[in-house]
Design a protein around this ligand. Structure first.
Ligand code: MN
Length: 292
């Protein structure tokens, strides 16, 4: 007989390596779609992951003019550059390098995300996180997190971990909590930097979905030492521990995990609901001005 406990403890191995697809969104912003494209349509509860990065202003200057969202959360992590956010409720904020915006769209917002620079480098990620059915029509909410509110943990060997969401547990059991609060899927979102030759190990909830996206250098993951290079997203099997080693080069990656919702997903552009009828309602609410 299968012992469920045994299937979920142990080191997480790579089940799939995904390369993003070059695409554009908004008003011609060039980006790489890693989750939400044809190769990996979603990774419950994660609906989309885009990496953007360019020092050519033509690749980003159009920004993301006014558009709606309903039924999920958008998480923007800026590495470089500045982006101005405005919504139809009068909320406004500036995303600066190292900042995070965790936006719960809930029943609906209409917003724009526009570059606040005409030259220089713009670089970061946007992740879409699904909401459970019971929260899809919740009131919109913003967590605008300044860079200084994101703890930087320094481990032995020069390892650095920016704890955006979830709790980092260091050697000796020291706990460092990220600033993101009250998210249904209990997210963990770390930005990890490893010098060449360094390793990173961390506990993960065994049954949460998890992935690593390498954005500098290269990694070996799991006991099998599966290789993941810059631009690879590694989907991880269940297990209660991550093991990552930067063999040959300084390496930086995001580690993201969350509780899968296991609910029906019906996506239509910026609306993500559970049924077709709810999508039709969202389109109707938006086009008739009843949105938000
Ligand atoms: Mn948006």
């Amino acid at each position: 007989m299968k012992n469920l406990h045994q299937t979920t403890t142990g080191t997480r191995e790579v089940t799939q390596l995904v390369r993003g697809q070059a695409t554009s969104d908004g008003d011609g912003v060039k980006l790489t779609r890693v989750i939400g494209g044809r190769t990996l349509t979603d990774l419950d509860p994660f609906l989309l992951l885009d990496e953007f990065g360019s020092d050519q202003s033509a690749d980003y200057i159009g920004g993301f003019p006014s558009h709606p969202h309903r039924g999920f959360e958008t998480v923007t992590y800026m590495l470089e550059g500045r982006m101005r956010h405005r919504d139809n409720q009068g909320n406004e904020g500036l995303l600066v390098p190292g900042s995070v915006q965790w936006m719960t769209a809930g029943h609906g917002i209409i917003h724009s995300e526009m570059p606040e620079q005409e030259e220089g480098r713009m670089r970061g990620f946007q992740l879409w996180v699904n909401l459970p059915a019971k929260d899809k029509m919740t009131a919109p909410r913003y967590q605008d997190i300044a860079p200084e509110r994101i703890p930087l943990v320094e481990e032995a060997g020069g390892v650095q971990v920016r704890v955006i969401a979830g709790t980092h547990v260091g050697a000796g059991g020291t706990e460092t909590r990220g600033p993101v609060e009250g998210v249904a899927i209990e997210p963990l979102y770390f930005d990890v930097s490893l010098p060449a030759g360094a390793s990173f190990e961390h506990a993960l909830p065994a049954d949460h979905s998890a992935f690593v996206y390498v954005f500098e250098g290269q990694l070996k993951l799991g006991e099998r030492a599966s290789e993941a290079v810059r631009g690879d997203l590694a989907v991880l099997a269940s297990g209660d521990r991550l093991l990552a080693k930067a063999d040959v080069a300084p390496t930086r990656f995001i580690l993201v995990a969350g509780r899968p919702l296991r609910e029906p997903v019906v996506k239509y552009g910026p609306f993500v609901m559970n049924t077709r009828a709810q999508i039709i309602q969202a389109v109707d609410d938006y086009s008739s001005g009843r949105f938000a």
